[in-house]
Design a protein around this ligand. Structure first.
Ligand code: NAP
Length: 499
């Protein structure tokens, strides 16, 4: 089987790319999805309380506004419905193949095609272009804790929730206090006999005011789409302004911290607990936690915050370093994801047998986060240095899929063999990105999933969303080498080659 475009992953990015390809007149594409339904992270993260902490008007594609959002911040089920609805209304369902786990990609210079290999299938697929839309938050990470395999009870990861497990009357331990944990804990305290929350590092918490959208407002959004665009724009610029205090350490960072401290003081009466919950790093260095019900849940009679470091997991619970063993029937690991620890989710072999994971061993890099020199026609969504710290991931994603599908359209319409970013352009781009990252809060001393163990930041984009989307507004062909069939590489600046 030989196709024009293989899209890997049917989450937000893969579905968005499929829609854009179709809109740009490319019909010869297939979306390969390892699961048995679309939705990516929203299919996987179904823990109680799972919701997005970015307002729904902004956490959606601008080309697919949804007037029916029920709340300011929608839950995972509603977001999943939104993705399903896009698949149906934009007619991309027929392009999706489920239970196709990609296990390798390799580029053949002679034909200019990628070979896509799948788990458990002998037949590979050839594709001229590949869009890697597998996402960085796809594989759950269990902590490297001694004795973790010896635990007699149930172990549940936030991203693989066990809906058959009944928490009623159970002794629950929760490891982790990040964005997932603060949504889970308030739900667990309602049914469990006891909940012990094991915190390694407290985060900065801001209140999240979630209100139900009335029928009148929905009616207005249905009839006057401009009203919803206005609401989206208001949220967008509100979030952009927060960048000034979150992306860089500025006087506004102190304002964010003051609001967070005030929130802590208002919600937590006990000074000792307040002290345990007060971070010692700049707001923004780790992801801000948006929740109004986490602190109240921590103070419920059946809940306890444990701040002693974990020494080991024992058969009957969690032992902390001061020698106490906390008994538990179940341990919930809200410990995040394996973010690029192997560099790539599967082996990717490019020009001359180069292997992407080897090249990324010291930290991943790309050009404008989407292309890597030596891997022609390979396009990545949420690639290196495309992470937002302050704005909606979907704003970034929409810019990526527009850029990528523009490039793919050029390749297809011009029948180019390959489009490969110039190595020197990529190097200059990354020198600039790393220099700019040096001035951001993420690189200011705390440890987070944004950084490798060596402190290299291959995750975040050091600027406003507006700057990120501007750099992806058009494909600058002079930054790429264009290869045509049965010919030597030509320079993109040659008039005959321009797209
Ligand atoms: P995370 O932010 O990586 O948090 C993992 C938590 O586990 C941290 O509190 C971490 O402590 C703790 N942890 C890890 N290993 C540990 C160990 N060995 N011992 C004790 N504690 C340990 O993971 P997440 O909460 O799942 O969130 C990941 C990302 O998913 C977020 O940053 C966000 O991008 C996305 N997300 C988004 C939403 C949303 O509403 N939009 C909701 C959930 C998640 P340390 O802080 O000390 O490392």
């Amino acid at each position: 089987m030989s196709i024009a475009v293989a899209v890997i992953g049917a989450g937000f990015a893969g579905i968005g790319a499929a829609i854009k390809l179709k809109q740009k007149g490319i019909d010869d594409f297939v979306v390969f999805e390892r699961g048995d339904r679309v939705g990516g992270t929203w299919r996987d993260n179904t823990y109680p309380g799972a919701a997005c902490d970015i307002p729904s008007h902004l956490y959606s594609y601008s080309f697919a506004p949804n007037p029916e959002w029920s709340h300011t911040y929608s839950g995972s089920a509603e977001i999943l419905d939104y993705i399903d609805e896009m698949v149906a209304s934009f007619g991309v369902a027929e392009h999706i193949r489920f239970r196709r786990e990609v296990v390798g990609l390799s580029y053949d210079e002679a034909s200019g095609e990628w070979t896509v290999r799948f788990a458990g299938r002998r037949r590979a697929v050839k594709a001229r272009s590949v869009i890697m839309a597998a996402g960085p938050l796809a594989n759950p990470s269990f902590p490297d804790l001694r004795g973790i395999d010896d635990f007699d009870g149930c172990k549940i990861h936030s991203a693989r929730w066990d809906h058959d497990y009944d928490f009623t009357g159970k002794k629950v331990a929760v490891v982790g206090t990040g964005a997932s944990a603060v949504q889970i804990v308030p739900h667990l305290v309602r049914s469990a006999a006891s909940v012990k929350v094991f915190q390694r590092t407290p985060g900065w918490v801001l209140p999240r005011v979630d209100v139900e959208t009335g029928e009148f407002a929905k009616g207005v959004y249905r009839v006057v789409p401009g009203a919803q665009r206005l609401a989206r724009a208001a949220w967008y610029w509100g979030h952009e302004s927060i960048a000034l205090g979150v992306v860089w350490d500025t006087p506004l960072t102190r304002v964010v911290e003051t609001v967070s401290r005030l929130n802590l003081r208002l919600q937590v009466r006990d000074p000792w607990l307040r002290r345990q919950l007060t971070p010692d790093f700049s707001a923004g260095c780790k992801r801000l936690l948006m929740t109004s019900d986490y602190y109240p849940a921590l103070q419920a009679d059946n809940c306890k915050l444990v701040t002693w470091p974990i020494a080991r997991i024992a058969p009957k619970g969690i032992r902390t370093v001061e020698g106490v063993e906390h008994q538990a029937d179940v341990i919930v690991f809200a410990t995040g994801f394996d973010v690029g620890k192997q560099g790539t989710p599967f082996p990717v072999t490019g020009v001359g047998g180069r292997v992407l994971a080897d090249e990324w061993a010291g930290g991943a890099y790309a050009y404008r986060s989407v292309n890597v020199a030596g891997y022609p026609n390979l396009h990545i969504t949420f690639g290196p240095n495309s992470g937002p710290g302050h704005n909606s991931a979907l704003v970034y994603m929409e810019a990526q899929i527009d850029y990528i599908t523009d490039a793919v359209t050029m390749i297809e319409k011009n029948d180019w063999k390959a489009l490969d970013v110039r190595e020197e352009v990529q190097s200059a781009y990354n020198r600039d990105i790393q220099k700019r990252l040096g001035a951001t809060t993420w690189n200011s001393g705390c440890q987070s999933w944004y950084l490798t163990e060596d402190g290299f930041n291959a995750t975040m984009f050091p600027g406003f969303a507006t700057q990120y989307t501007k750099q992806l507004a058009r494909v600058d062909l002079q930054d790429y080498r264009i290869l045509v069939h049965a010919s030597e590489p030509r320079d993109a600046s040659e008039p005959a080659m321009s797209g």
